[in-house]
Design a protein around this ligand. Sequence first.
Ligand SMILES: [Zn+2]
Length: 655
Amino acid sequence: MGFFRMGAGVAKRRLFYFLVALLITTAGVYLMHDGSMNPTLVSMGRFSLFNRTLTTIPPQPPIPEPVACIFPYVDIFDPNIMKLAGLDQTPLKCDHDFLPDVTRMDGLVLRVNSSKLKGDLRLRYCRYRNITRQPYKDHSVVYSRWSRKFTKEVKLTDEHEFFQVACYDGKYKNRVVSKAFYSLVPKNKHLESLFNMRIMKRAAEFNPLETLNIVGVALDGLPRHQMIRAMPKTYTHLTERLGSFDFQTHGQVADNTFPNILALLSGFTRAEVNKWWSWKNPEDVFDLLWHDFERAGYRTLYSEDNPRGAGFYWGNRSFMFPQTSYWNRPLELAMLNEPGFIRRKASCAGPRPVAEYQLDYMTRFLDRFPDKPVAGVTFIINLTHDDSTKAVTIDEHIRNFYGTLEAKGHLNRSVVMFFSDHGQRWGKIRQTYNGVVESRNPFLILTFPDWFLKKYPDIARTLRTNTQRLTTHFDTRQTLIDLMYFKGQEPTPPHRGRHGISLFREIPASRTCEAASIPWDQCLCGQGVEKFLDTNSSEAKALAEALLRAVQSRSEPAQCETYRLDQLLQVGALSLPTAWTKEKKRFMVASVRLTVQPGGAMFEATVNMNLNTNETSVGSKIERLNMYKGEVECRPTSLEQMFCYCKGNKEMLKQ
Ligand SMILES: [Zn+2]
């Protein structure tokens, strides 16, 4: 949404810079031609200022375009933030409080190693059952009957994809001594020929110069700064060893998962899809980028670890058909169905970290197609979604994943995207000023094979420049499209949509949030707190009133108490981008934080006020800065619970 329009002052200033740059460049060009200077130009007024003795002066570099978007500066390693970043946590381990895993996959052979059993446990036998997706239903799975019993190994076929293994005790018949779940990457011979044909079609029709795999690993809700603090092993490995590109001013297009992955995978904004799609309908209609990759002959994979929530599933939404060739959802649902298997706030699955399952699945996928193009994303959601400090606990896992890719040669034929969808939405860091800034700055780190950057130095240079420009996942999507038919015969499919610029093209320094499709309440450009208002001032009170009304409007009066203002904690007038000279006189944009009663909920939002009319409007992102879990939950979804203090809760507390 474009709230502000660019002032005429900007246009004037741009023209000025342009003219100065033109003057200097032109002068430089002519001065370079020593002895053959065009006499007509030299005699033209201002050019006659230069005499021949100046001809040795090198041409002036062009004046850099002023960068329109500068994020407010906050120190990544601010000592006060470092204290809250959870850096003392150790790598996540899940095996000490769960049954040992006595099975492992060796190619297509499932082997049993009973020596892993502890104490007096003895292995009687193991068996497995297949897990499949129920056709047209994205929320339920079908189990096969259990297999015959085996004690040492069993050979599986290429038909097996998802299955569960259970092993039983020698003494007590029904006692399970080991549980495991596996995702394989079966090759379907019919599809093989289809994909091979598509690759040939792509080559013949578009003649792309390169074919690189796409490997995406995402961590939900992790701000860039917290990733750098919490994952030093990964970050150092990427930036220092692998020469990766860290997009430092990466913005988000909304505060939650769905609209941001929609930007990445569909190229639409939430408002755009809402014009023709409603929540009860299948999401297949988004035509996610996977379909385009498949049409170009890529095998595709998508996995995420929160089958009841997360981007595409929150609010019970679903797809009618799997969206990728390898769609891990049935396994994730089956693990969730198994009592006690998903543990520790969903970061452990049985004896292993959930993230490990996902990274292994991606590696297996890459192993399975060493000479065919693949594109996949694995989305690690549960670990960091509620608590960004947990990133500390999988730093090693992610670093090792890159190590595995390198050792197996996958890094040499892939572009790896390590990214998050949006910043942190709550928690102790989020309550600080640094946290406010960080909450709108997710991360994107792209790693290219070394040979690729050497072969295409222009692209390497552009990527480096773009690390300092305002970017979003709309741009990530455009880059993926460029990679799909790299430097191929134009026009290449698919439809690009109206948002984003490929990161292989220089993002203009003049890019504003509006140009980048970032709504004003998500925009960080120039939005540092300029000054804090006196909370007793009439302006501060009016802004607080506006926020309170907006919070109340999202509540349900029949079930929830009416909130009243408890404390107005702070009102920070945000500095507007320097270019907005006119708007500064007309608007005040403020970050307002307050608490309400009953319940003590703390809310924050960006509120703007028209200084002429005193009209206020509250940004669509109202954040709750303390957790709402644990309150009596009379409202069905967490979004509704955020804005509700249930009437029953108050009565319960009285008893
Ligand atoms: Zn998210």
